[in-house]
Design a protein around this ligand. Structure first.
Ligand code: APR
Length: 322
């Protein structure tokens, strides 16, 4: 099998290391690079991951490199096709993602500037929180066109939504399709009108299978899905589902698949919304976002989506100065 291309993950904490593992185990890349400012940490993880290759049966080479905030070591990311930014603090119990804004803005700005310098043609996938604002900041700090900077949130929120519905109905997750749009936070917009359930070969709208109250309860759980994990873990935040979501986006970009995924993308008039990073569906390929895809929404869903856009816009205006 021909392996090609290079994917880099910046930040080798829980999210970054599991993303690198998933990307390496896809066995489609020539090289997966993992970096962190913790001295020796990335090198140690790369050694460990490479040693798993004979057992897992993948040939992608994993390279670990300790970097400094002023760009030391960043030459290792040269010629990356895709770079994932996971650097930054995770939430503690009781914190909102927005509580991370100032501290993570400093980290993400520095990382984005170094990516622009050392991998100027890459597509960047941002996962650090608060997600929508960090995606905008990365685009500003890198100077990349908005189409080459994408945030990961919708894939994760949708995965949680799908799992909660499947679990409630006792169905395989493959029999449930869901969608979330909007922000990765309080103004997340789960879209019941786009959700379907397939039982015994028959596909029905979710609204035919669950009552309004049951759907509302699941929607609330999706909105608080990350916080639910944080509260249980007590230290750190979710990373298995998040890394699965980020890796799927990287794969879609690297393979130029044209897959349509819910991601945080720059809006240019879709749903009447412009000039803000927001959770929407987008077709992904080698150039990043090929196009934002619109679908029919109910009047209530559009109102919620526009409110989400304004909430993110207000916060994103602040990030330029952070
Ligand atoms: N450059 C590279 N790595 C950095 C930098 C930097 N400037 N600053 C911090 N890091 C690294 C830390 O050393 C740590 O290894 O980022 C890593 C973060 O890892 P964790 O603390 O385990 O956090 P994680 O769960 O991986 O979450 C990372 O994703 O979901 C979001 O809210 C979450 O913003 C957080 C990010």
């Amino acid at each position: 099998m021909a392996r090609s291309g290079k994917a880099t993950v910046i930040g080798a904490g829980f999210y970054g290391s599991t993303t690198a593992q998933r990307l390496a185990e896809y066995d489609i890349f020539a090289e997966v690079v993992l970096t962190d400012i913790r001295d020796g940490w990335s090198e140690g993880l790369a050694l460990d991951l490479n040693s798993s290759r004979p057992v897992e049966g993948f040939e992608t080479t994993v390279v670990g490199k300790t970097t400094t905030v002023d760009g030391g070591g960043y030459e290792v990311i040269a010629d990356s096709d895709v770079v994932v930014i996971t650097a930054g603090l995770p939430r503690k119990p009781g914190m909102s993602r927005m509580d991370l804004l100032e501290v993570n803005a400093k980290i993400v700005r520095g990382v984005a500037e170094n990516i622009a310098k050392y991998a100027p043609n890459a597509v960047i996938v941002v996962v650090s929180n608060p997600l929508d604002e960090m995606t905008r900041l990365t685009q500003l700090a890198s100077g990349f066109p908005p189409s080459r900077v994408i945030g990961q949130a919708g894939m994760l929120d949708t995965a949680r939504f799908t799992y909660f519905v499947a679990d409630k109905l006792g169905l395989p997750v493959s029999g449930v399709k869901t969608l979330t749009l909007g922000s990765h936070g309080d103004t997340m917009v789960p879209v019941p009108s786009a959700c379907t359930v397939t039982q015994d070969g028959v596909t029905k709208p979710l609204t035919d299978v669950l009552s309004r109250a049951e759907i509302d309860a699941i929607v609330e759980r999706v909105r608080g899905g990350g916080a639910e994990v944080v509260a249980l873990l007590k230290t750190g935040s979710a990373y298995y589902a998040p890394s699965a979501a980020a890796a799927a986006m990287v794969k879609a970009v690297a393979t130029d698949s044209g897959a349509v995924m819910p991601v945080c993308a720059w809006t240019t008039g879709q749903y009447g919304i412009s000039g803000v990073y927001l959770g929407v569906e987008a077709k992904l390929g080698k150039t990043g976002v090929r196009e934002v895809v619109e679908r029919p929404l109910t009047a209530d869903e559009i109102t919620q989506l526009r409110a989400a856009a304004e909430a993110v816009r207000a916060k994103s205006a602040d990030v330029a100065g952070l």
